[in-house]
Design a protein around this ligand. Structure first.
Ligand SMILES: [Zn+2]
Ligand SMILES: [Zn+2]
Length: 182
């Protein structure tokens, strides 16, 4: 049985105290039964922020719930601190401080490639924007963050094919140790 939404709020409060000094902004937390490719999602407006978690995903992988909630809380915190909504440098730094490593909502918590059909990462080398795609893009794409309005060849997205996924441990402490060892 999944934790109730009231339990999720308690978990949120505990994680907020543990990792954010209480400074992660208030979030509503809901399950969403329609999510299939994504474990979690955050919506930044209107306030309070909304975090949604996939019912299907966490019925199969209940152990991944805390990590996914924490990932979404890092987004909420980055938004509150910097109005930053991406998976950029600030996000990654805070994520590492929380003992997490993967930046992906979709792949990080799932036994990856068998579960997800997504195979490509498009990355902007300029600002570190990254997005996952199922298919290799047919035509050149440019970074939607560096130039919001149109295709701009100054900010091309590099395509990386995901060929494997390596586990670096299961416990939070194990992850911290693995990150320190790098
Ligand atoms: Zn994310
Ligand atoms: Zn960019």
């Amino acid at each position: 049985m999944l934790p109730t939404e009231a339990d999720l709020q308690l978990l949120f409060a505990r994680l907020n105290y543990q990792h954010f000094n209480g400074q992660a902004p208030d979030c509503r937390i809901r399950y969403n039964a329609r999510f299939s490719n994504s474990a979690g999602r955050i919506t930044y407006g209107p306030f309070p922020l909304l975090i949604e978690l996939s019912t299907k995903h966490f019925e199969r992988y209940p152990e991944a719930l805390e990590e996914t909630l924490l990932h979404e809380m890092v987004h909420a915190w980055c938004f509150a601190q910097y109005r930053d909504t991406g998976h950029g440098a600030r996000f990654k730094k805070k994520l590492r401080e929380c003992g997490l490593s993967s930046i992906y909502h979709d792949l990080g918590n799932v036994r990856p490639l068998t579960e997800s059909s997504k195979r490509y990462i498009l990355r902007c080398e300029h600002c570190a924007f990254e997005v996952l795609r199922k298919k290799r893009p047919g035509k050149p794409a440019s970074c939607p963050r560096c130039d919001k309005r149109r295709f701009n060849p100054r900010f091309p997205l590099t395509i990386y094919e995901i060929t494997g996924m390596e586990s670096i441990g299961t416990s939070i402490d194990g992850l911290k140790a693995a990150l320190r060892a790098r």
